[in-house]
Design a protein around this ligand. Structure first.
Ligand code: XIL
Length: 379
């Protein structure tokens, strides 16, 4: 029974300052008989990542669909309808994140209309396979519908719209989505609040961030609520800014429970250094830690990556997972894209690609082997 291969076991450790469950799933939670057939035979061994992972570390995957997939062959249906995709996802991962399907443009396409169809499919899939779900994202500057960003709403209307959005979306999945990225990428590369691009921050500053956390907490008191961003894996001005923000929010009694480190890396830049020490700064505030969107893009010629770059990529994935494993409260590690066939990278970074653990035929790459070995070495 495939569901039995989903082995991540609930650890009885306590969360950070927040209430609620860990990001863990137990095989006992999985109804039997509903899982798709096994991972791709002879390509990705069934259940291997999960078998290697420490019991208290959820291994997550972003479920493709939407976003850049619109207008491409991948955009015509849910990837969960692809047996190889679904089987690999079910057997090697204990957590899933909808890659796009909970973003505003998907879930709230018109002011008076919510559409949960695509997100529901993923949450149902996760439950059928004993997986937990990370919700992504409630307050972000990107992938917002035009009706929201047109600038025609008054302050009072905008605030009420956000309150209603957070309450409705989090409330719908109360008890089913274990963690939420409440505020995503709210600090820019200049280490300042993204007031220019984010319609909510532009009007209300950090006050609205605190409100979003409070509304989410009211809607699901058991969900763990996260800040989430990229380029904060090492100590630096941007991660310093988050440390300061998190400290302030906690001091104000805001229900902030976790810090998400996206982990979108490129071999064009140095690998992040001192990841564990940086994560530990946030853990020592009492926060849950998660690596939420790991991928490592490399130069490609067409679709082809050089062997040396694939080795380098493996080291970069290693720096992320080893950083996580060194920190006790880092309890989830999510990869952004199941195989290179489903990665967002080629659409967004010209000349770069091959950013995931599996190639476009689902064959394992050195990064997969490195991740598996690091997980097997454990904490
Ligand atoms: C990306 C998706 O992967 C794409 O499909 C979409 O077209 C654009 O967004 N940081 C985030 C994610 O928080 O939501 C982004 O996901 C990648 C960067």
């Amino acid at each position: 029974m495939l569901a039995a291969a989903v082995v991540l076991v609930a650890a009885a450790c306590t969360a950070g300052p927040g209430p609620g469950p860990e990001l863990t799933a137990s095989p006992a939670d999985a109804p039997s008989g509903t899982a798709p057939s096994g991972a791709v035979p002879g390509v990705l061994p069934s259940g291997e990542l999960l078998a290697a992972a420490p019991a208290d570390l959820a291994i997550g995957m972003a479920v493709a669909g939407g976003g850049h997939h619109v207008g491409t062959a991948l955009g015509t249906g849910s990837p969960l309808g692809d047996e190889d995709y679904a089987g690999t996802l079910a057997s090697n991962f204990s957590s899933v994140t909808p890659e796009n399907q909970l973003k505003w443009e998907w879930v709230h396409p018109a002011r008076d209309r919510f559409d949960f169809e695509a997100a529901d499919e993923i949450v149902d899939f996760a439950e059928a396979n004993g997986q937990v779900v990370r919700g992504h994202a409630l307050l972000w500057h990107s992938q917002n519908p035009r009706w929201l960003t047109s600038g025609e709403l008054s302050d009072a209307e905008l605030r009420e719209i956000l309150r209603e959005h957070v309450t409705t979306v989090v409330g719908r999945y109360a008890g089913r989505i274990a963690q939420w990225d409440v505020a995503n990428e709210i600090i820019g590369d200049d280490a300042r609040l993204r007031t220019g691009e984010n319609p909510f921050l532009a009007r209300f500053g950090t006050e609205i961030v605190a409100d979003a956390f409070r509304w989410a907490h009211e809607a699901d008191p058991d969900a763990l609520l996260f800040l989430n961003d990229y380029s904060i894996e090492s100590v630096g001005p941007k991660s310093d800014a988050y440390l300061e923000l998190a400290t302030e929010l906690l001091a104000a009694g805001v229900p902030l429970h976790g810090m998400g480190f996206q982990g979108h890396l490129s071999t064009q830049y140095p690998a992040p250094s001192g990841v564990a020490a940086n994560l530990e700064r946030f853990a020592s505030l009492g926060l849950e830690i998660a690596v939420t969107e790991a991928d490592v893009r490399i130069p490609v010629d067409g679709d082809v990556a050089a062997a040396a770059d694939l080795e380098r990529q493996a080291e970069y994935f290693g720096s992320l997972v080893e950083g996580c494993l060194a920190v006790a409260s880092c309890r989830s590690f999510t990869v952004w894209g199941l195989s290179d066939a489903y990665s967002w990278v080629p659409f967004f970074f010209s000349g770069e690609g091959a950013a995931t653990l599996l190639d476009a035929d689902f064959a394992t790459k050195p990064a997969y082997t490195a991740l598996e070995a690091a997980l097997a070495r454990g904490r």
